[in-house]
Design a protein around this ligand. Sequence first.
Ligand code: C5P
Length: 236
Amino acid sequence: MADDDMRERLIVGLDVPGREAAEAMVERLGDAVTFYKIGYQLAYSKGGLELVSDLAASGKRVFLDLKLLDIDNTVEKGVESVMRLGASMLTVHAYPHAMRAAMRAARGSDLTVLAVTVLTSLDEAGLAEAGYEMSVEALVRRRAEQAREIGTGLVASAAEARAIRAIVGPDPAIVTPGIRPAGGEAGDQKRVMTPGDALAAGASHLVVARPIVAASEPKAAALAILEEMSGSRRAA
Ligand code: C5P
């Protein structure tokens, strides 16, 4: 039987083209998985946002990965709508004004606002092209400090989790993608970590998509990852 505590910490990325495929995957995963991430591809497909409320109504938790950024009033109203859908987590870009606006709407509710510090696809050249005269590391650090002050959680690559945990302290959520079970294929992820190592580095939640949704037996793959997560805790 999967460890309930670990099921709360495993978020399966529903990286599928549409509602029908998503529902089929949720059905196959059954009670092995309680937390799903819905990103642009599924959210903006027909019925994608309704799926958020339908999953929430069926007792699942949903991380809506829409990376909001706009003027404060628009962010605040957008977050209020997301709360009405019943999402449990939502991403915003880690601009202080956007984090504050999102927190104004979410404070006191069950919604965890997660800040995306710097997209992991951006390197120093990409930042310079966008007008930032800072290293990626310095910008991640500054935004993590700002997230701590404002009260959001963070999305971070597993490789950054330890440094970010040291900045924000024990409480804020740190959600990490780029997870591969021991011996798994990395695919296009450049720097991957096993579930146990990511938890040890300070991740509160792990996002896993292809190792589960592209597996021939998705439920067995999810249970094996939960087992790895529980094992790492027992070993700790
Ligand atoms: O298939 P895989 O487990 O690599 O998918 C990871 C999920 O996390 C995908 O939905 C991907 O978009 C997302 N993600 C990521 N790396 C980031 C941010 C988000 O892989 N830096």
